[in-house]
Design a protein around this ligand. Structure first.
Ligand code: GRF
Length: 210
């Protein structure tokens, strides 16, 4: 598997986005390998998905650390020891610090269930539904020091239908996340993603055509 992009996937919950990555790898749509799946929650469903796929799992309980930076240092140790090149936050419900971001500069990817910069933070689908937007969606972005603020890699829009409720909207957005995240990781595996600084200091992503 030499030459394959080594991914470290961090999960706190169900792990359906992790599953989308594992499926894309198995189906050779993604030239990567999942080197390790790490969770801060021992019972996270994502861990079981990883085990089923034969991927190593590690639990790092955030409650065992004095603060976020100490927790991140433990994550970095686990990820580095497995040769991870790109870290994927796939429903990872912890804010990360400069300790993780500094160890993997512009190599930490997050999937977020809204069209950023609208509705950052938690319960984004409910926020969008309650606001009454007609178009919702998801964003895959590089993580920076803010909450859901980093340079955008890709977005997908979904229409909000009459008769939708929060749950039906959540599921329609989630289905798009499952398509978008592996596709973006494949761009990274192909070396097509570069980051450039633009006026105002805000980083911007450039995706070269294949
Ligand atoms: C997804 O909606 C993701 O965008 C958000 O958390 C959810 C994780 O779902 N960050 P899953 O664990 O991948 O099923």
């Amino acid at each position: 598997m030499a030459g394959m992009l080594a991914l470290g996937v961090l999960v706190s919950g169900t792990g359906s986005n992790l599953q989308a990555i594992l499926d894309a790898v198995a189906e050779k749509r993604l030239d990567a390998r999942v080197a390790v799946v790490v969770s801060n929650v021992a019972g996270a469903g994502g861990l079981e998905r990883a085990r089923t796929a034969g991927v190593e799992t590690v639990v790092v309980d955030h409650k065992a650390y004095a603060d976020r930076r100490a927790f991140d240092a433990a994550l970095v140790e686990v990820l580095r020891a497995r040769g991870v090149e790109v870290v994927v936050l796939a429903g990872f419900m912890r804010l990360v610090t400069d300790v993780l971001l500094g160890a993997f500069p512009m190599r930490v990817v997050n999937v977020h269930p809204s069209l950023l910069p609208a509705f950052p933070g938690v319960h984004s689908q409910k926020q969008a539904f309650d606001y009454g937007v007609r178009v919702a969606g998801c964003t895959v972005h590089l993580v920076d020091g803010g909450t859901d603020t980093g340079p955008i890699l890709a977005q997908a829009a979904v229409a909000v239908e009459e008769g939708d409720d929060e749950e039906s909207l959540r599921l329609r957005i989630l289905a798009r996340e499952h398509e978008l995240l592996p596709r973006v990781l494949q761009w990274m595996a192909e070396g097509r993603v570069t980051v450039e600084a633009v006026a105002g200091g805000r980083a911007r992503v450039r995706v070269r055509a294949s």
